[in-house]
Ligand binder design. Structure first.
Ligand SMILES: C[S@@+](CC[C@H](N)C(=O)[O-])C[C@H]1O[C@@H](n2cnc3c(N)ncnc32)[C@H](O)[C@@H]1O
Length: 335
């Protein structure tokens, strides 16, 4: 049985792994992969050899040890490598899915879900489907009674996305169709029925009039574009039947959190080291410094040296009763 991402199913803590489930094998935050569990399956990684048979019946979230370090089911011997077996939530799925296209990541996805005001029961139209990264989070937001209708003009991408949704138990929430949305617009049958429309297309301005027709009054459109020229052109088109047009760029700063030996220091010294929690007295240690009696082990958070930079611009607009603004459109950062 597959493990649905549908949040209305049992909480992850109550679910046990069975044959055919997709699990996210987690080594660390930047090293994980999706694995389909089969009784005869074996996973080999830098931590050793893991037999899927040892995973069956365990709760999602379990820590499991490699065969070399396993003493019976669930047992542990010193030196055995381990991984965690996590349920494929939309967040994790975005990190492990196979990239058939560029995808949206969780920072942009979070803003999309919030700004489209998605709640259970909503109807969302999306194009293009791409690798289904955003679609998976849209589905969770509208579950259990809502629906995501997603369109891509590329047959194979549509097929692969459909297979992924099926595997993740999302078929009841997502319909995938092949259609040239820039050329033909969204199907008439959804006219006025969409609570939200999302576009990740090379020429979104071609699909915006159709998006306006699909949205219910007050519904929200979002267009994702990597280039500001595309944003400018999309905004110009939106002005005829949308209001409250706003563009955002999300630049995410992540921190590495790890344990280390620390030396006594004042708050000022600590902030010059780039530590978080300003104003609190804490202990720090420079690299290579020897341990002394003032040092303790503590958790350190530092900004990652490689931060993910620009992904794209998210432009949101609300369908208005009386659109048709005049004048030129200019997109520039607010001060
Ligand atoms: C960047 S990908 C979308 C990625 C997606 N947002 C995700 O998070 O996985 C853009 C997709 O738009 C599709 N596409 C491009 N032009 C299209 C059109 N005219 N109609 C429908 N889909 C189109 C492409 O085939 C591609 O799969």
């Amino acid at each position: 049985m597959m493990v649905p991402l549908d949040p209305c199913n049992k909480p992850t803590s109550q679910r046990r792994i069975t044959e055919g489930d997709t699990v996210v094998v987690y080594e660390r935050h930047d090293s994980m992969r999706a694995v389909t569990v089969s009784a005869a399956g074996v996973l080999q990684n830098r931590f050793g050899v893991f037999r899927h048979a040892d995973w069956l019946g365990r709760h999602f979230g379990s820590k499991v040890f490699s065969s070399g370090g396993v003493g019976g089911k669930g047992g542990r011997k010193a030196g055995g490598g381990f991984v965690h077996l996590l349920a494929p939530t939309p967040l994790l799925w975005t990190l492990v899915l196979s990239h058939r296209t560029q995808i949206l990541y969780i920072a942009d996805i979070s803003l999309v879900v919030a700004y489209l005001e998605l709640v259970p029961g909503c109807v969302v139209l999306e194009s293009g489907t791409g690798s289904g990264s955003l679609t998976t989070s849209l589905a969770r937001a509208v579950a259990p009674h809502g629906r995501v209708y997603t369109f891509d003009f590329h047959d194979q991408r549509a097929d692969s996305a459909r297979e992924d949704f099926e595997k993740n138990g999302l078929s009841s929430l997502i319909t995938v169709a092949v259609r040239d949305i820039q050329g033909e617009g969204f199907p008439d049958e959804y006219s006025g029925a969409a609570d939200g429309v999302f576009l990740d297309l090379p020429q979104p301005w071609l699909a915006i009039p159709s998006a306006g027709t699909m949205l219910r009054q007050d519904g929200v459109l979002c267009s994702f574009s990597p280039c500001i020229e595309q944003v400018q052109r999309a905004c110009e088109t939106m002005r005829s039947c949308f209001t409250d047009i706003r563009t955002f760029e999300i630049l995410l700063r992540t921190y590495e959190v790890h344990e280390g030996a620390l030396k006594s220091a004042t708050a000022n010294e600590a902030s010059s080291e780039g530590s978080s929690l300003p104003g609190k007295k804490r202990k720090i240690r420079s690299a290579g410094e020897a341990l002394d009696s003032t040092q303790t082990s503590s958790v350190i958070a530092r900004p990652c040296s490689t931060a993910r930079g620009h992904t794209g611009y998210l432009t949101f607009a609300r369908k208005s009763v009386h659109g048709s603004q005049t004048g030129a459109t200019e997109v520039c950062p607010t001060s």
